[in-house]
Write a protein that binds this ligand. Structure first.
Ligand SMILES: [Mn+2]
Length: 332
């Protein structure tokens, strides 16, 4: 059985050193990971806002569009590509947030060698940047960003930035329900609410509001879920044809994994999706001691002990699922 073990911070710079480096520069690009989630978006925009409030120029760099379900975090804007920054802006300091590897920069992966500072919480982080601060105990990258911003602003975090960090924390902890939630997570969340984060509205946006097409994706998953290992593993596969027939798109499937992991008795959930480029994206969740990031690493993927993923070629998808089931080590 692939079990998680205790890990601590891996870094070649302190939070103080990070702040000193930031104060020494004026023009920043802050990168999210591909297929951005609420943690990478909240971390990125909170940092960009903070840098701007310190009189610096800063722009987000997001290789993919912001998913429709998360535009409440970006005032409805969806495109934050590097091509959109003003022509006279010359970046001099490159930061990545919640990005575990060069490959996770997606469309910007060729810029990985330019990253000066990487702030992350993935245990699988591969230290691609000049400076790195990785805390796998942090439930969200936003916890690390909070410490940096709190120091830069001497505690005076504005409401909007507090809300962005709160949304990131709430999302990566499933509303403070997952095993990654710690006393520190709750303490930071409390500070953010004190600074004005509208927690009720954020949680409604994250966990309750759903588009009709996202509901259609979940209906498909409920109708097509199957089980391995006496119900300890739930599994659903969604092809391009399924999406077409069901009237939903890939970005509508963001919560499907949570639908099938919710089933009584399920310890591990596996979601396989055919992407537009024909590859298959495998997402996994673990609600037990099985470390799914180690299993996904077999296929070049990564993530966290409780939530991880990888991409495989179409012809390898079914064999990969079989291997993942085997690696879980449940007696069939
Ligand atoms: Mn994260």
């Amino acid at each position: 059985m692939t079990k998680s073990n205790e890990v601590s911070t891996v870094n070649n710079i302190t939070v103080y050193g990070i702040c000193k480096n930031i104060m020494r520069h004026d023009n920043f690009l802050v990168f999210t990971h591909e297929n951005p989630d609420a943690d990478t978006i909240g971390s990125c925009f909170a940092l960009v806002n903070t840098l701007r409030s310190l009189g610096k120029k800063a722009y987000p760099a997001c290789g993919d569009r912001i998913p429709a379900s998360l535009v409440f975090m970006t005032d409805g804007e969806r495109d934050f590509h590097i091509e959109n920054v003003p022509a006279d802006f010359v970046p001099e300091y490159y930061i990545s947030v919640d990005v575990a590897s060069a490959a996770q920069l997606g469309n910007y992966k060729q810029m990985a060698n330019k990253i000066n500072l990487s702030l992350d919480h993935h245990a699988t982080h591969d230290k691609f940047a000049e400076y790195y601060f990785i805390d796998p105990r942090a439930a969200a990258c936003a916890e690390i960003i909070y410490h940096v911003i709190n120091r830069l602003l001497i505690g005076e975090i504005p409401e909007k930035t507090a809300s962005l960090l709160y949304a990131a924390l709430a999302a990566d902890t499933g509303g403070f329900r997952y095993a990654n939630t710690t006393p520190v997570t709750h303490k930071i969340a409390a500070k953010l609410i004190e600074r004005g984060a509208n927690h009720a509205e954020i949680c409604r946006n994250l966990f309750e509001c759903k588009t009709k097409t996202a509901l259609a994706a979940e209906a498909f998953a409920m109708a097509n879920v199957s089980y391995f290992c006496d119900g300890k593993i739930s599994y659903v596969k969604i092809t391009k044809d399924d999406k077409l027939a069901g009237g939903f798109e890939d970005e509508d499937t963001y919560d499907v994994i949570n639908v099938i992991r919710r089933v009584d008795g399920v310890k591990v959930a596996i979601l396989v999706r055919e992407k537009e480029d024909g590859s298959y994206k495998i997402s996994t969740r673990s609600a037990c001691e099985i470390d799914v990031s180690k299993i996904c690493a077999i296929f070049g993927g990564g993530g966290h002990a409780g939530a991880a993923g990888c991409s495989v070629k179409p012809e390898e998808a079914d064999a990969a699922v079989k291997r993942i089931v085997k690696e879980c080590g449940f007696d069939d």
